[in-house]
Ligand binder design. Sequence first.
Ligand SMILES: [Fe+2]
Length: 187
Amino acid sequence: MVSAWEFNESDGIHPTATHQYSPNKEVPISVIEALGVEFKSIPLAEDGSHADAAEQWVKQNRAGYEKKTKEVTSRAALGEKFESKLKNGYGEHFHSADEIRFNTAGAGYFDVRDASDKWIRVTWGPGELISVPEGLWHRFTVDTGEFAEEFRWWPTEKAWKRFDRTDPSAESAPSRQEYLQKYSKAG
Ligand SMILES: [Fe+2]
């Protein structure tokens, strides 16, 4: 079950900290869904059938996302590249396509910008599939366990491009403009 809260910038320096206010300012999942983020809970099964179920969801809900990769984020798997991968994922950005990930182990956080440009932190654990829509500012980090294993799906018909918040021209990119048109009443 995913949960979400307003991101507290002053709570801890490292991205992997929870960054909650005290008391926590919980955000209903419906608010995140109104931003275009989609969730699907697929409990992990011993026989591995969750992988097929996740694949099925993507087939039914995301035409043209036929390329699948398995990703592991951990110090053991990435060695020296762990810190740079973390830093890269935590840089604010959006993509020219939806970012679809199904968690098979470990945990992390997706931070998404709400309609007033505030960060909302969303949990992401085993059995949770998330789709972050094209054009929505976001970032990702593993939690303090520093481990996540997942399947990702990539568009086969659209170009996969990343736009960073530090790039002043990103706001005028078609992906961002289309997002704003579609979801400008969100939040
Ligand atoms: Fe991303």
